[in-house]
Design a protein around this ligand. Sequence first.
Ligand SMILES: Cc1ncc(COP(=O)(O)O)c(C=O)c1O
Length: 443
Amino acid sequence: MSESLTEQEIIELCKTHSMFSWSRGNDVNPWPIARAEGIYMYGPDGQKIIDFNSQLMSVNIGHGHPKVREAMKAQIDQLLFVWPGAATEVRARVSRKLSQLVPGNLNTFFYTLGGAEANENAIKAVKLYTGRNKIIARYRSYHGATNATMQLTGDPRRLANEPGMPGVIHVMDPNPYDYSFGSSDEEKVARNLQYLEEVITYEGPDTIAAMFIETVTGTNGILPPPAGYLAGLRALLDKYKILLVCDEVMCGFGRTGKMFAFEHGGIVPDILTMAKGLTSSYAPMGCMAVSDPIAAHFKENVFWGGLTYNAHCLGLATAEAVIDVMHEEKLIENASKMGEIMRAHMQAMKDKHPSVRGFRQIGLFGMMDLQRDEAGTRMAPYNGTHPAMQALGAHFRANNLFTFVRWGSFMCNPPLCINEKQLDEAFAIIDSGLDITDAAMDD
Ligand SMILES: Cc1ncc(COP(=O)(O)O)c(C=O)c1O
């Protein structure tokens, strides 16, 4: 039996002897968490916390689902690890299940430990398949923290990690940060694609292997693409034989109210990357799905990629159970239904609070932006902060609402099993928090 530690000991030991992501060790103030169930987490002293970000937008089915825990325990008793060159029953079952689940001709899967590794292997696959070496990615993006995926990433986390893999061309999102290329979706899409075609021409189309997009951009703004963008992009890239890779590590697995976000746009990418919701983060696993032509290529040619934990049995058994739970409990339908209710709450916050600049939502993927004045000046600039945003974060914490406050915005990404009453509970805390940002507006 292991010793039991006090809440303070837990915090101090974690801070002293472990490193935390994306932070100065002295600045972190971790929430001590002892257990979690559904949309709630519980501290060692029993306080109940609403998980309004599904941790890292990843615990899609909610915490601690008994069916998934049972399936994991059964796999532990059956078989835990064999080298990736082996064939296992769970690998066979999950690969068949995914080939039925993922639309279009995406029928072949390479299993990784997480999202960055899925993208890292997609980089290899597109280069090996096309024989081209450059990749287009967008500034408003996050694709992972490994060397190559950090270079695909456009957000400020890339800057401290440069230089890295060469050959990445960054381009603007169809939704630029603080202005628009046009007012209607049609106009935005036309201008953005015109710009993109010019970039492709300057860079040399036959040097570009692929373009990576987050189908709905996540951390960098929860940005659903304007209507027509995905179809237009697909057609433009096809014209130059540039592959389309949809990174759905965050927006996939029901988050947007469809199993995969690209389904909203009526397209199918050449490669799809997944992680997070694939196992609801109960076990670390990511996956790259490749189209039939790419799969056929790698039947004839070596795929120069590998991982000790490729196709790990525990991750696979977890994914299998998570996908079953999503279907049995109609969680995608719930994300779509509860998404409408969340939108109504967001609109009510905008109507009531002058500091709300705007919001975006698709399914249970949402973000609210705050402003300093009626003219729409963001409460905090790009990559910046403001004392009112820190106070808002402190208010959420004091009231046991876990979510991310980033720059001048905060996230609304609850588990897909949330119900109406729980949304009311969360928005009551948000409502009182927005009084703080209202009071901080410039006179
Ligand atoms: C869109 C996207 N891609 C890739 C990643 C990297 O995934 P992981 O942290 O599992 O490596 C993330 C993580 O947040 C992500 O949001």
